[in-house]
Design a protein around this ligand. Sequence first.
Ligand code: B12
Length: 214
Amino acid sequence: MSEFAKEEKALFDAMVSYKVPEIEKAVEESRKAGMPATAIIDGLGAGMTEVGVLFERGKLFLPHVLSAAAGMKKAMEVLEPELLTNGEKGTEKRSVVMGTVEGDVHDIGKSICSTMLQCAGFDVHDLGRDVPKASFVNEVKGGCTYCGMSALMTTTMTVQKEVIELLKEAGLRDKTTVMIGGAPVTQAYADKIGADIYGESASETVSKAKIIGV
Ligand code: B12
């Protein structure tokens, strides 16, 4: 059992309550208990995933999801300075372009991954959401050696494959480590479209990016 099991549960429960003050309180309590910021983010992320499940089952509605997302955003704002000062300082920063693909506005999970990568010492160019395919390619041309794409819908995950094709056409595929993620994405899909890294969570993304990379 984790040293911070009590705090993990409190963070999870606060997210599921979708109430911003509850989320802020759980974050504050966890910090007081000495829980590392990355672990707090993982705890909140697990709660946000549960919010997604409850939404799908019709147990929560859109305003609840948006409120939970607002709580997550506030928590990230509070934790970010701590994460950045604790960040590992690599001798040479590896640049990553991150974005949610064209046609898709879901950006909570992508933003968590961006922050965690930044904290691990990567130079992150986060283009936001609904990012045109060409913008990923342009960032790679500009020097990013990692291309991270998030897709939360079965209708938009195909765009990840299309960007890989564009990278190939531009002769950049071999110079790029392609990372993909988002709820409908799987390792099998990553293998099928020829991505280098599949990240199920932000922490998994960071540990894989540290090992695998051009
Ligand atoms: C929150 C949410 C919204 C919010 C988004 C707010 C925001 N700023 O992001 C709002 C309300 C705006 C929204 C809108 C819509 N949504 Co919505 N939404 C969700 C919900 C409930 C949760 C998503 C989420 O934030 N999860 C929590 C985060 C922490 O998890 P995550 O994103 O998976 O990220 C983790 C990993 O996947 C990974 N990861 C993520 N990105 C990346 C990237 C890389 C490179 C790597 C390596 C790893 C990685 O690490 C992350 C951290 O651990 C999901 C349900 C679900 N189960 O996913 C539906 C869901 C994704 N939405 C859905 C739909 C249909 C829509 C709408 C079309 C609804 C509508 N009819 O208008 C619109 C989309 C419009 C558009 N063009 O994009 C469907 C998609 C169905 C499908 N086709 O596949 C879902 C599955 C709900 C459902 N069952 O119906 N939504």
